[in-house]
Ligand binder design. Structure first.
Ligand SMILES: [Zn+2]
Length: 197
């Protein structure tokens, strides 16, 4: 039995009608953007219940065009006003290079990706860069409350971005993905056409 069969079996065994219908707008008016890393459980980490928050996940917790699209809709249609960006230690994109990751994809699939995959060298800089991109997204009605945090996988703890070892967050942090490409592609999901590095 594959994992999906097990997952669906579990869902079917637990299926039950909610006691009362939940409204679609998140109760906390907040969005959490974090990495897809399976060791991060936003529900338990933040004590979430169904209906509390939007949770967006991707590799690296990056402000990709689809994340900006989702944030724009979340704020415009479903009333959210705050964004929490949560990067994490031991991220699979940390300390790797774009060519290395592109080659990993090519070697497994036979196709070299024609898009940035989001490698980054500095965790805090990546989180700060993601915050910066979200704050600069003109499609968002609420850009004043975007906050960056880092989840320590080992310690199970959360700290503000830049707040470690007396280090200050870099004000000129740049997002590992192209800000220009993100702005241009936010609502149509075009892959980056930048030449490969
Ligand atoms: Zn990660």
């Amino acid at each position: 039995m594959g994992s999906i069969d097990r997952l669906i079996g579990h869902a079917r065994a637990r299926a039950r009608k909610p006691d009362s219908p939940l409204p679609a707008p998140p109760r906390l008016q907040a969005v959490i953007l974090t990495c897809m890393d399976a060791r991060i459980d936003p529900v338990s980490l933040f004590g979430l219940s169904p209906g509390d928050a939007h949770v967006l996940r991707n590799a690296g917790a990056l402000a990709t065009p689809d994340v900006l699209r989702s944030l724009a809709l979340s704020q415009a249609i479903l009333g959210t006003r705050e964004v929490l960006v949560l990067g994490h230690t031991e991220c699979g994109l940390l300390g790797r290079s774009e060519p290395e990751l592109a080659e990993a994809i090519r070697s497994k699939s036979g196709h070299r990706p024609g898009m940035d995959v989001g490698a980054f060298k500095d965790l805090d800089e990546a989180v700060a860069g993601t915050v910066e991109v979200i704050r600069g997204c003109k499609f968002l009605a609420h850009r004043g409350a975007v906050h960056g945090y880092v989840y320590d996988i080992d310690a199970g703890s959360v700290r503000p971005v830049g707040a470690h070892e007396g280090r200050a967050a870099r004000s000129n942090a740049s997002n590992p993905l192209s800000l220009k490409a993100l702005s241009a592609d936010v609502l149509n999901l075009k892959p980056s056409r930048r030449p490969q590095r």
